[in-house]
Design a protein around this ligand. Sequence first.
Ligand SMILES: [Zn+2]
Length: 445
Amino acid sequence: MKKRLAITAFLACFVPTMTTQAQTTEDVPPKNIIFLIGDGMGNSYTSAYRYFKNKSTTQFVNRTAFDGYLVGQQMTYSQDAKENVTDSASAATAMATGVKTYNAAVGVDNNLTKRQTVLEAAKKQGKSTGIVVTSQITHATPASYGGHDKSRKNMHAIANDFYDEKINGQHKIDVMLGGGKAQMIRSDRDLTKEFKKDGYNYVTTKEALAANTNPQLLGLFAKEGLTKKLDRVTTPDLSVMTNAALKQLDKNEAGFFLLVEGSQIDWAGHDNDIVSAMGEMTDFEKAFEAAINFAKEDGETLVIATADHSTGGFSIAKAGNYNWYPSIIRSVKKTPDYMAKKIKAGSSASTIMKKYMKFSLTTKEIKSVSDVRKKSVTTIDNAIEKIINTRSNTGWTTSGHTGDDVNIYAYGPSSSQFSGHLDNTDQAKKIFQLINGTEKTIIDK
Ligand SMILES: [Zn+2]
C-alpha cells in the first residue's frame, strides 16, 4: 500500500509537466473553429454513403472522408414538454448555446430567454464569423447560431436579428452564404441593401462569389433553399461556398468561427428520397474535406463535424432481404423531384424516366408513374421514389425525425476534447471553454 502511494506521489510530480507538454501540441485552444452539421445525417446515412462510394457489392475498401476522423457520438434529445425527439432548431440551439430547449426554439431556452451562441461569443472576442448553408440562411440551424426567436417559423424576424443584433457595435456575422432571398428582400425591408450600405459585398452568382475580395460578404443564390446537388447547374457547391468563406475569415488575425451546414440531407430524408440523400452527402463530404484541408495547412484550426439528429428512419436494407443495392441509386442522374416536375409540365413519364434512371425499368414501373402524371408533383415524386426504394431495398419508417445518437468527427488542436459519448449541449460548452476560457453558458442581454 505504502509503495503504491509512493509511486502515485512520484508520478504526480511528473504528470503536470507531461500535461503541459501535451497542451503545446494537441490541447492548445485553436485560433479558428469550423463546425459542420450534416442536417439529419444519422449513422445510417454515413454508413450508407460508404456503400454508395464503393462500386463493389461485397468489399468496402474506400472509406469516406469522414471515417478517419470519427471521435465519438452525441445524444440529440430535446427538452420539450410534449416531444423528446428533437427538431433542427432545438438541436442547433443546444449545440450553439449549450442549453436544451423545446422544439422550434431558436437561440432561446425553455423560458424564452435569449442565450448567447458560440458564434456570438467568437464575435465578442474579436473573431470573424460565418455561416454557410444550402438552406435559407435564416433556416432553423443557422438561425440558432445567429438569431433568437421563440419560433423557427419567424424567418423574417430572424433575418432582422442578423442585421439588428450587433456585438461591440458590429454586425455579428461577417460572411453569410446560402439561399433565402425571399426572407432577406421583402416589401418591409431589403436587408441586402442595408448590409451593402454597411460595407458588405452582396453576390448572387458563382462568378461574383469567386471574384469577391471583401471580408464582409452576403451571398444569396436562391429564393429559398439552394438547388439540390444532383440538379445544380449554376449554384455554387457547399465546398465552393466554404472555401470562399474561409478565404475571407482567415484575414482576421484573431481567428474565426464558421458554421457549415449540409442542410438538405434532412430534406431528402423527410421525403424518403435516397437519391437526393446520397447527392447531398456528396456535397457535404466535399465541404468537410475543404475544412480539413484548410485546417491541415493552417495548423491552428479545429474542425468538428456532426449531425443534429437522424431523419426518415432510413435503413440500409429492409424486409428480410440482406442486401442494399447502391448501384441503383448511383444510376439515377437527377432527383425524383426534378423528374416529377418535368413530367408534371408535360414530358412523357417514359422518356424522362429512361433518360435519368439508368437501370432497366419494367413496363409496370413506368406505368406506375405514368398513371399519376396528371396528379400533383408530390404524387409523381413519391411514385418515382417508390421504384428506387424498392429496387435499392432502402427502408424508411417515418417522414419525420428519429432520436438516434449521431456521430462526431473532429480534427485539429483540442479535437480530443470532443471524443467519447457527449450530449449535444457539450458542443457549445466545449467551444465556450475554448473561446471564453469557461464552459459557462450565458444569458444574452
Ligand atoms: Zn435537422
